[in-house]
Design a protein around this ligand. Sequence first.
Ligand code: ASP
Length: 346
Amino acid sequence: MMRRSCARASALLAIVAFVLLAAPPVAGAPGAPRVLLIATGGTISNRTGGRLTAEELAQAIPALSRYARAETEQFANVSSSEVTLAQWLQLARRINAVYQKDPALAGIVVTSGTDTLEELAYFLDLTVRDVRPVVVVGSMRNPSTLGYEGAANLLEGFRVAAEPASRNKGVLVVLNDEINSAREVTKTDALRLQTFQSRSYGVLGVADSDRVVYYRDVVKRHTAKSEFDLAGVTALPRVDILLVYQGATGDLIKAAVDGGAKGIVVAAAGAGAIAPDQSSGLQYAASKGVIVVTATRTGSGRIAAGRRSSLVAAEDLTPLKARILLMAALTKTSDPVVIQRMFTEY
Ligand code: ASP
C-alpha cells in the first residue's frame, strides 16, 4: 500500500517535472506582467559571428525578471532596411492577432534595426488596434562592441511595455532612457547614441531607474482609435518621396507615376515650395489620379491644409511619416478630401 502511494507520488512528481521542463521559456516572478518580445533583427542583435535570437536577447538582460515575465518570438533577423512592406503587413497582423488571442498579455516589445525604425514604428502606430503598448527598441552599438547599449534599451523597453501608464499612448520608441511617440520620433544622427529625437515636441516620458514617468499624452489618432484595418489588404500601395531642391525637375515625378506609384510625397522646401520645373510632374500625377501630398523637408513645422488646392498637406508629418500615412490612407480611399481629413487627424 505504502509502496503504491510512493510510486503514485513519484509518478506525479515526474509529470509535474515534465510539464515544467516542457513549458515555453518564461522567465520572471510569478506575479510579474507577461510581455512578449518579437525580434526582427538590427544592430541590437547583430553579434560578430552570428545574430542573437529573441530568446538570447531576453536571456542576456540582467534583472529582467524583476519587471516582467518574458516570452519571445523570432519574426526575422535582418537589418531594418531589408524588411519588406509585405513583412510590415505580416508583423502588424501578428501583433493584432496576439493581442486578440491573449487578453492577459501586458505588452509587446519589438526589436528593429534603427535605420528605418521610425517608419516601422509609425506603420504599427496606424495599424495595431489595441490600447496595450507596443514598444519598439533598437541599439546603435552591436553586442560585440564595447559600450553595447542594447541590453539596457531592451530592459527599458520591457519596463515600458509592462507599465499600465503606457496604455493608450500609441506605439512607443524607447532608446537611451527616453520614451518617444512613433509619430514624432526621427533618427537624427548616423552614429550617436542619442540619435532618436522628437525635435520640437520632446519626449513623452523617461524610463528612469526608479520608475517609468510620463509627462504628456499623444492627442493624434493612433492604434485603438485608428480607422486603418488590414483585414482585406493584400499589399501596400507604392508611394514614393520626391525631394524639392534648387533646380529639381518634374521628370522624376513622372517616372514615379509611370513606375506605378499610387501616391507621391513631395518633400517640399520650407512651408510648401517646389522647384518650378516640378509643376509639370505634379500636373502629370494629377492627370493620372495619383494623390500628391506635400510635407516639409525641414524636419519640423507644418504645411497647412488648403495651401494648394490640388495637393494634400501633410501638416507636421515628416516626408517619411507622410508616406506611411498615405500608404495606409490609400488602402481605404483615393478621395483627396478624405485623405486630407486623415492628415489632420493622425
Ligand atoms: N543597419 C542597422 C539596421 O537598421 C542599423 C541599426 O540597427 O542600428 O538594421
